[in-house]
Ligand binder design. Structure first.
Ligand SMILES: Cc1ncc(COP(=O)(O)O)c(C=O)c1O
Length: 413
């Protein structure tokens, strides 16, 4: 038997493995079709011309893709950043400040490999991250020899980590901070003041800041502020990286297309590391990605569709379960008192699959920051979302007035 890394076993299971185990304890009613709102997999269709580009560029499948993508893809990413965040022209050099990734996931995961975890007293071993969180931040820290340090992002702190928790004592031991804005699962977006303070703290303490902005283009009313927008105030990108993806923006998670932008020196080293082993975007995909970053219309339509689903959710849930319209992203984060019990009941009584908030948490006390919550991904067609919300209210809040329950989802319909 080879020697496996014990750290891998110490990672708690992915949220969906935990959900499978939880729901295996109970059986859903057999008469109604199951609805799954647990996974944040975008279901809107990417624009049809993506397939045309892939077909037209099929001659490129036999070429090895370069680890830094293509110059035209980097230019398209930089131009999108400039438009989206009204950055001064010339602030970004596409060749130095932008690096394509095969999805943000792999980039976020590999990032700590650039840094040295120093174990000595006073050394830098911590990776700070929000809690609840995208599980990859946690695994990235642990599997690269760092100590993950989750920062509760609760209603009391505006669903973002409380910056007052970033004491000199903590920052002095920190190598990297992950922030997610707009946040998955809560949809909170860091404002200018928050980002300015965080960037300043990271610079003061020589901490690398990685802002996961993969939901940046899925917003309700106001485009969320980006970290680069704040960095543009003094034109300084040192120690800052932002991560962007086509998975949510263009409903194309299967394309595996994203990029990281920011500090040129960090990206130079990242490219060096990635040139040995990292996922790369095949060239036909890079061509399609380029066109997607240059197009705003399909994204506006995407947003309209999510907004309609938020309207629907607001009508059904206003005044219940601490409902609020998330500033960004496509999740509802509902306070149901006990997220695990609610998820189990929704499955057992209404064949509705949702994710308990604590399964998205890494912090102590069994996921305290998410314990009261469930997460619903509004990724399906409106009628499915509507049906799911009816079931939810019926089970957790008893009765939905005159609404006929289980209409759309009844088996055979
Ligand atoms: C917060 C967050 N970051 C990153 C990702 C990864 O996205 P992708 O690798 O598709 O770009 C996800 C996907 O669910 C996410 O929710």
């Amino acid at each position: 038997m080879p020697f496996f890394r014990p750290t891998l076993d110490q990672l708690s299971a992915f949220p969906f493995a935990r959900l499978r185990r939880l729901l295996a304890e109970v059986a859903p009613p057999s008469a109604i079709a199951p609805l799954d709102l647990s996974i944040g997999e975008p279901r809107h269709k990417p624009p049809p011309w993506v397939a045309d580009i892939l077909e037209a560029e099929r001659g490129l499948w036999n070429r090895y893709p370069p680890p830094d993508g293509t110059p035209s893809l980097r230019r398209a990413c930089a131009a999108w950043l400039e438009r989206r965040y009204r950055l001064p022209q010339g602030m970004l050099d596409p060749d130095a400040n932008v690096l394509p990734l095969a999805g943000t996931k792999e980039g976020l995961f590999l990032l700590p490999q650039l840094l040295e975890a120093r174990a000595a007293d006073g050394g830098r071993r911590l990776v700070l991250m929000p809690d609840p969180l995208y599980a990859v931040y946690y695994a990235a820290a642990v599997l690269h020899g760092f100590v993950p340090h989750p920062l509760p992002a609760t209603r009391a702190s505006g669903f973002l980590p409380d910056l007052a928790a970033l004491t000199p004592e903590l920052l002095g031991r920190t190598a990297l901070i992950f922030l997610c804005s707009p946040a998955n699962p809560q949809g909170a977006a860091a404002d200018r003041g928050y980002l300015r303070r965080l960037i300043a703290l990271c610079r003061e303490w020589d901490v690398l800041l990685a802002v996961d902005e993969c939901y940046a283009d899925i917003y309700d009313r106001t485009p969320p502020t980006g970290a680069l927008e704040v960095a543009a105030e003094d034109g300084e990108l040192s120690g800052l990286l932002v991560f962007h993806s086509l998975s949510k923006r263009s409903s194309a998670p299967g394309l595996r297309s994203a990029f990281v932008a920011g500090d040129a020196e960090v990206l130079r080293r990242f490219l060096h590391l990635r040139s040995y082993a990292a996922a790369v975007q095949p060239l036909p995909i890079a061509r399609a990605a380029e066109a997607l970053w240059r197009d705003a219309e399909h994204v506006a339509e995407n947003r309209r569709r999510y907004r309609r689903k938020l309207d629907l959710a607001e009508r059904r849930l206003r005044g219940r379960f601490g409902f609020y319209r998330p500033e960004g992203g496509f999740f509802l984060w509902l306070d149901v008192g006990d997220g695990i019990a609610a998820a189990r009941r929704l499955w057992q009584e209404a064949a509705l699959k949702v994710l308990p908030g604590s399964f998205l948490c890494a912090g102590k006390n069994g996921g305290e920051a998410g314990r009261r919550y469930i997460r619903l991904a509004l990724v399906h067609e409106e009628e499915v979302v509507e049906e799911a919300l009816l079931r939810l209210v019926r089970v957790l809040d008893g009765g939905v007035g005159a609404e006929p329950p289980y209409g759309v989802g009844r088996k055979g319909l």
